[in-house]
Design a protein around this ligand. Sequence first.
Ligand code: ADP
Length: 317
Amino acid sequence: MLEIEDLNSIKEAVVKLNGLKVVTSNRVGKKYGFRENKGLLSVFTCREMEVIVGNIQEGRDFSLETDIYFFELQAKRTVSLHFHSKKGFLIVHDVTEEKKLNEAKLDFITSVSHELFTPLSASKMNVYLLKDLEKDPEKLQILEKIERSLDRMETVIRQSKFLAMVQLGLYDFKMEQVKVKEILDKVLEDLREKIDSRKINVKLSVSVDMLETDRFVFYTILKNLLSNAVKYSYPESEVEIFVSREKLTVKDQGIGIKEEEKERIFERFYRGSEALKMAPGSGLGLSIVKHLCEMMGYKIEFRSQWLLGSEFIVWFR
Ligand code: ADP
């Protein structure tokens, strides 16, 4: 049988309770003041004390994250608490440092992107003004090129910020019932220009009305996959989208992916050799899709044949 002393090397406090009394605890638990025969009320206090006490007394499992004041440490810590009523175990995971670090990282990302956006907006504004004054078509062409580059830069900053937040676990996803048609319509509307300019025929096959997912995550995955399918397709070809309760599939008849490039397409900033010639891009789209899938517990796979087409499949479970 597992003894609580066997848990001395783990970083969480593990406390065995009898009602509200501490029976025993591992080494970390003792550091927080969970000592034999002590009542929980004399070990710590917090705003949710009533809920915690109520759940433990009535033998209900619970998990919550909160700020707790530990009397022995004389300090407030941010912890996540888990109570397993069957075994009478209370597990206390101190996430104070993790939270501080994440806040610092978020602060850094936000500051950097803000510092880049400010001069970028100023440059865009000046190009816009110059374009208005310029009559020479050659110079106008150059200004338009600058404008496109600035737009690309803006996209890269925006996408990098989003990707960093997802990778750091700072994107708070919210599961809800989402109308598939609503998201599809929005994505198609956003990509309308791209779809029409290449005369792509988008075929839809949707066998589910609602999906339990995060609205923005589903939208972002679909938009990136469809945008790629359109970008890397031959003009006037067909792109198919299937959505069912189990999966999302985006299938195209485009240039496909070379065998030797397949293992790199999910890398940050990686762009295929032919893709570079075919359409503008940041090389971040699939990286974002991959990390969003990981965060949601989805599995992504693809099949592709060079010069014949590709199919990306996202399995929801
Ligand atoms: P981007 O499209 O901006 O280059 P992505 O991260 O979305 O960046 O994709 C990475 C690379 O994967 C692309 O540059 C391209 O080589 C390849 N790729 C992705 N989707 C497709 C597709 N549907 N057809 C062909 N190649 C694709």
